[in-house]
Design a protein around this ligand. Structure first.
Ligand SMILES: NC(=O)c1ccc[n+]([C@@H]2O[C@H](COP(=O)([O-])OP(=O)(O)OC[C@H]3O[C@@H](n4cnc5c(N)ncnc54)[C@H](OP(=O)(O)O)[C@@H]3O)[C@@H](O)[C@H]2O)c1
Length: 278
């Protein structure tokens, strides 16, 4: 951790929870390393800087020391200029939504987490200071305890994709026990999370995926897995669905998804106008 300034490092080492919750909101690191994006463009635009400011915590915020962050499709799209109208005034940006790490400090009103605890989570899509830094700031409600069975690398790959699936299935389609769900693209990050969430809600899940993903999607809870390359999807799938989550969103998957939808059902695409930030 080059050029990181430690204040009261003895308190950090002893993980003195009461000290951190006593209203002393700026401590540990005042600057840290971060991967920053000064201008929109390709990966060559990314720069590693060692002196990026660590912001002061608001009362409901948590400072997380990153152990792993993941590269999400939204990060690469933001890097190329997606959401320009929101993000351009904030250049240089720190990209990154997902993180897994340890709580380094908590704001004064945080009750769910304590210093030293292992956590994982994801920032809101429009957050302007991302997670590609030694220290990231997230709201208390953007974090959860990291399951001990997962490594930090594994945990950092889950939150944003799983929350995308959660919003589609729980907030939009309001899936419930007995519903039939079709996941187009079950082999991807969002699709695999959707299968698991729907299976946990006792829905019947059918999915399309590549041959390499068949075993994985079945283990995740899909009752039927159709290989979109070697099988005729329209012949293989029977009946109609209460909800279709189309993680591919091309004209052909959209046509098929809508064809298999029950009257009044939800067709949800990750490529539609609603997914565009600017
Ligand atoms: N990841 C996120 O957090 C997130 C959040 C919001 C929106 N999105 C958007 O959602 C979309 C999916 O993202 P993702 O991260 O889940 O993608 P991903 O992990 O890269 O997976 C995409 C998968 O789609 C499968 N596939 C490709 N063509 C297909 C087809 N015609 N039919 C069925 N499956 C097909 C492939 O699976 P096989 O390996 O089985 O062939 C591929 O692995 C992207 O457009 C992304 O921008 C992603």
């Amino acid at each position: 951790m080059q050029r990181t300034l430690f204040r009261r490092s003895h308190a950090f080492k002893t993980c003195d929870h009461e000290f951190f919750k006593s209203g002393f909101a700026r401590f540990i690191a005042t600057s840290c390393r971060a991967v920053v994006l000064p201008r929109f463009g390709g990966p060559e635009m990314l720069q590693l800087r060692s002196d990026v400011e660590v912001p002061q915590l608001k009362p409901s915020e948590v400072l997380v020391r990153a152990r792993a962050v993941s590269v999400n499709p939204l990060d690469t799209r933001m890097r190329s200029g997606y959401g320009r109208s929101i993000f351009e005034p904030h250049l240089p940006l720190i990209l990154g939504r997902d993180i897994s790490g340890e709580v380094a400090a908590v704001g004064t009103s945080v009750r769910s987490f304590s210093v030293g605890q292992e956590v994982f989570g994801a920032l809101h899509p429009t957050a302007v200071r991302g997670t590609y830094a030694d220290y990231a700031v997230l709201s208390e409600d953007e974090l959860a305890p990291k399951p001990p069975s997962l490594t930090h690398v594994e945990a950092s790959a889950i939150p944003f994709a799983a929350l995308t699936a959660w919003r589609a299935l729980k907030s939009t389609a309001r899936i419930t026990e007995g519903h039939r769900l079709l996941v187009v693209g079950g082999g991807g990050a969002v699709g695999l999370a959707a299968i698991q969430l729907a299976a946990a809600a006792r829905c019947q899940v059918t999915t399309t995926c590549g041959s390499r993903s068949i075993d994985r999607v079945r283990k995740a809870g899909a009752e039927q897995a159709v290989d979109y390359i070697t099988e005729d999807i329209e012949l293989a799938i029977k009946g109609k669905f209460d909800a279709v989550l189309d993680t591919i969103g091309g004209p052909e998957t959209e046509r098929i998804g809508i064809k298999f939808l029950k009257r009044g059902g939800h067709y949800m695409t990750l490529q539609g106008r609603g997914s565009i930030l600017d």
